[in-house]
Design a protein around this ligand. Structure first.
Ligand SMILES: NC(=[NH2+])NCCC[C@H](N)C(=O)O
Ligand SMILES: [Mn+2]
Ligand SMILES: [Mn+2]
Length: 322
C-alpha cells in the first residue's frame, strides 16, 4: 500500500506540474513625485481583481496585503531636500524595504509582481532582483528614461532618477548607500521613450545605453523593436529578465490616469505585445507595473487605466489571445 502511495506521488509530481508561484508586492507609495494619488494605484489594481485574474492563468498567487510604509515614514520625522532631491530619506528607506521583499520572494523561487506607486520604487525592485539574479537584464518600458542624477535633475523628483542610482552614476549620496550599483549599462534596454531631458540624453549617449524611442517603434514596428531590444540585453534568451513597465509608456488615450502623461505613446496592442513577447522568452523573473494614479482623471478614464494595468500584468504572465 505505502508503495502504491509512493508511485502515485511520483506520478503526480512528475505529470501534474505544481503551479508556478508569484507574489504581489503592493507598494502604495508616492514620495518619488509630487502628485498625490499614485499611492492608491496598487489598491485599485487589487480591487479590480488582479490576484484572481492571475490565478486563472494557472499561477499560485501570494498576496498578504499592501506594504505599510507609514511605519517607515513614522521614524523619519524630518526629510529636508538633499541638494535638489525631494523626500530623499523616505524614498530611500521605502525602496530598501521593497528590495528586501522582492529579494526574498525571488530567493524562494517566487516571481515578484510589484504594483506601484511611483517609479522610484524600481530602485528597490531591481536591487532585489539583482541580489538573487546578478546576471539579470532589465527591460524598461516608459515615456521617460528615469536616469537623471542628483546633478542633472530639473524637478528633484526621484521617480525620474532610479536608473542612475542602480547604475551608480552621479555623486554618491550617503542616504542611498544601501544600493549596490550592480546594474551595468549594457544590461538595460528602453522601449517607448519620447520625453527625455537633455542631461539624460547625454547620460544615455556617454554610457552607450540602448534605447528604442517611439521613433524606432514607428520605423520598425513593435515586433522588430522587441527582438532588437532582447538581442541587445539577452542575445541567447537565457538570462533572467526584470520587466519594469511604467504605464505612461502607453499613449494617454490608452492610459490617461498617470502623473506625467506624454502624447505619442504606445498603442494598447504595442504595450501588450511587449509583455507577451517577454513572457514567451520564459525568462521573466520579476515584473513592475508602475505609475497608475487613480486620482488624475475622470472615473471612466481611471477604470480604463486600472484595467490596462491589470491586462499588461496578465500578458506578461502568460495570457494569450487564442
Ligand atoms: N517615472 C516617471 N513618470 N518619471 C518622469 C520623470 C520626468 C522628468 N524627466 C523628471 O526627471 O522629473
Ligand atoms: Mn514615465
Ligand atoms: Mn518611469
Amino acid at each position: 500500500m505505502s508503495n502504491m502511495a509512493t508511485h502515485e506521488e511520483a506520478f503526480i509530481s512528475r505529470f501534474i506540474r505544481e503551479p508556478k508561484s508569484l507574489a504581489i508586492v503592493g507598494c502604495p507609495f508616492s514620495g518619488g513625485q509630487p502628485r498625490p494619488g499614485v499611492d492608491q494605484g496598487p489598491i485599485h489594481l487589487i480591487q479590480a481583481g488582479l490576484p484572481s485574474q492571475l490565478e486563472e492563468l494557472g499561477w499560485k498567487v501570494q498576496f498578504d496585503g499592501h506594504h505599510q510604509f507609514e511605519d517607515i515614514a513614522k521614524f523619519i520625522t524630518s526629510d529636508p531636500d538633499i541638494g535638489k532631491l525631494k523626500n530623499p530619506r523616505v524614498v530611500s528607506k521605502v525602496c530598501e524595504a521593497v528590495a528586501k521583499s522582492v529579494g526574498s520572494h525571488a530567493k524562494q523561487g517566487v516571481l515578484p509582481v510589484t504594483l506601484g506607486g511611483d517609479h522610484s520604487l524600481a530602485m528597490g525592485t531591481i536591487s532585489g532582483t539583482l541580489e538573487q539574479y546578478p546576471d539579470a537584464c532589465v527591460v524598461w518600458i516608459d515615456a521617460h528614461a528615469d536616469i537623471n542624477t542628483a546633478e542633472t535633475t530639473d524637478t528633484g523628483n526621484i521617480h525620474g532618477m532610479p536608473v542612475s542610482f542602480l547604475l551608480g552614476l552621479g555623486q554618491p549620496i550617503p542616504e542611498f548607500a544601501w544600493i549596490k550599483p550592480q546594474l551595468k549599462p549594457n544590461k538595460i534596454v528602453y522601449i517607448g521613450l519620447r520625453d527625455v531631458d537633455a542631461g539624460e540624453k547625454k547620460i544615455l549617449r556617454e554610457n552607450g545605453i540602448k534605447a528604442f524611442s517611439m521613433h524606432e517603434v514607428d520605423k520598425h514596428g513593435i515586433g522588430k523593436v522587441v527582438e532588437l531590444a532582447l538581442d541587445h540585453v539577452n542575445p541567447k534568451r537565457d538570462l533572467p529578465i526584470h520587466l519594469s513597465f511604467d504605464v505612461d509608456a502607453l499613449d494617454p488615450t490608452v492610459a490617461p490616469s498617470t502623473g506625467t502623461p506624454v502624447r505619442g505613446g504606445l498603442t494598447f496592442r504595442e504595450g501588450h505585445y511587449i509583455c507577451e513577447a517577454i513572457y514567451e522568452t520564459g525568462c521573466l523573473v520579476a515584473l513592475d507595473i508602475m505609475e497608475v494614479n487613480p486620482s488624475l482623471a475622470k472615473e471612466e478614464e481611471v477604470r480604463q487605466t486600472v484595467a490596462v494595468g491589470c491586462s499588461l500584468a496578465r500578458s506578461a504572465l502568460g495570457e494569450t489571445l487564442l
